[in-house]
Design a protein around this ligand. Structure first.
Ligand code: FES
Ligand SMILES: [Fe+2]
Length: 455
């Protein structure tokens, strides 16, 4: 790490890498290094979250040019299966063609513009038919039929091919990009592919999918998950097993950052040393699936006891753990792929998040929360569930598929979002002041937005 001012790295630590070294715990690449980058100290102006002009600029210059995941491949396994992906003003139909390839089209008829399908819906069709006058396209986007074609002698079928977006897949996710000149996905996401060599997300399935509407700008929503700084205030039940000063924050690429948190390392605010047994007990607090008390054996640690316990649970669920290390099973590695995808490759908390503008309102966003679990050894992949949609006022505890402990954590996270968005409007001091280390990934998000807006 070079060119980092001393004030930017003054965490009381110890750092993740120092803890691993001290305890002699071997972790594989890419968990064995840190990559902090100092990105400056300027305040982040609140208008970036509230201004309609800024929001429109993001639409015109950023959302229309970035790779973003629209669905999983298993959402559209058969020819004719489609999913509608919406982001702000844009609505995209992703469809499996008769040949088995995946195509993406703008969700708008070439006659008089009507959307083929409602936002965020999915289904199966044999062709794309507009609900207004019945213009119809084949699944590959070629024009099939215009009712009363005699009235349209002035148009040629080849000019009426549905405009296509770029489509690529990675890790079982279908990504789209509206920019015809976009660079290849693999280049855009680098070094994500390299980091995920040991974690194959294509071999996972959607166990739970919850969509919650949020009363804040999409960036404010995402930012609540870019740092672990809020944990001591927002999730006090977690400080025994999650330390903000000991969380590692990495800037990995133009579009990629991560945090790495060692489970069972307590936050120093707890004010005393914890025994290995206490560390283990605190790591299990609020986890409804782990009600039976577990003892740390003589000479064992909270970390390896927890990892062994989870290995047994995964074996009972017919899930292959293979050569995954303790860290890969119990720790929280959160990768953020600009602009809106969060990936957690660890086995114990295998989430995927997505934050996107909801309609054309800078004050609203939609949060997709997915639990992406490994496909059992039998190879049977459960079909993806319909997303459970909950409103701004609804608690995650109303979703029976969610562990109650996790539901509480997500309620805690999302409860502050409306307060923050309203605070942006009433503020006298017109920007947010970020921590140099713990909040550097928020600065990275804004720097990347700016690169698109200024381009
Ligand atoms: S608007 Fe689509 S067929 Fe008329
Ligand atoms: Fe949180």
């Amino acid at each position: 790490m070079t060119n980092i001012p001393a004030f930017a790295m003054n965490s009381p630590g110890p750092s993740v890498q120092e803890i691993l070294e001290k305890t002699n715990e071997k972790v594989p690449y890419p968990l064995d290094f840190e990559s902090y980058k100092f990105l400056g100290t300027e305040d982040i102006d609140f208008s970036r979250y509230t201004s309609r002009e800024f929001f429109q600029k993001e639409m015109d210059k950023m959302w229309s040019r970035v790779w973003q995941w629209a669905c999983r491949e298993e959402h559209i396994p058969e020819p004719g299966d489609y999913t509608v992906y919406d982001v702000g003003q844009y609505s995209i139909v992703v469809v499996r063609t008769d040949e088995g390839s995946i195509k993406a089209f703008y969700n708008s008829c070439l006659h008089r513009g009507t959307k083929f399908f409602h936002s965020d819906t999915q289904g199966a069709v044999s062709q794309l038919t507009c609900p207004f006058h019945g213009w119809t396209w084949n699944l590959d986007g070629s024009l099939k039929k215009i009712p009363n074609a005699w009235d349209f002698e002035h148009v040629k079928a080849e000019d009426l091919h549905l405009p296509e977006l770029k489509v690529e897949t990675w890790g079982g996710f279908v990504f789209i990009n509206m920019d015809p000149d976009a660079k290849p996905l693999k280049e855009y996401i680098a070094p994500l592919d390299d980091h995920f060599k040991r974690w194959n997300l294509a071999d996972r399935y959607i166990a739970v999918h919850v969509q919650k509407e949020l009363p804040c700008n999409w960036k404010a929503a995402a930012e609540a998950f870019l740092e672990n700084y809020h944990t001591q205030t927002v999730h006090p039940q977690l400080i025994g097993s999650s330390s903000s000063p000991s969380t590692q924050y990495d800037i990995l690429g133009d579009h990629l950052s991560r945090f790495y948190n060692l489970t069972t390392v307590p936050d120093p605010v707890i004010g005393r040393e914890l025994s290995e047994q206490e560390r283990l007990d605190m790591a299990l607090v609020g986890d409804g699936s782990m009600n039976n008390p577990v003892q740390v054996p003589e000479g064992g640690t909270a970390r390896n006891t927890l990892a062994e316990m989870l290995r047994k649970q995964f074996a009972a669920m017919d899930i292959e753990v293979g050569d995954l290390t303790d860290a890969e099973i119990i720790d929280t590695m959160e990768y953020t792929l600009f602009p809106n995808m969060f990936l957690f490759p660890g086995l114990s908390l295998p989430m995927i998040y997505r934050f996107r503008p909801l309609g054309m309102d800078p004050d609203k966003s939609l949060f997709d929360l997915i639990f992406l679990r490994p496909v059992p050894r039998s190879g049977e992949r459960p079909s993806p569930p319909e997303p459970i949609r909950i409103g701004i006022e609804d608690s995650y505890t109303t979703v029976p598929e969610l562990d109650p402990g996790m539901a509480e954590v997500y309620d805690q996270d999302t409860n502050n979002m409306g307060l923050q968005q309203l605070g942006f409007y009433t503020a006298k001091k017109r920007g947010q002041t970020l921590g140099n280390y713990q909040e550097v990934r928020i600065r990275h998000l804004h720097a990347t937005v700016d690169r698109y807006l200024e381009d």
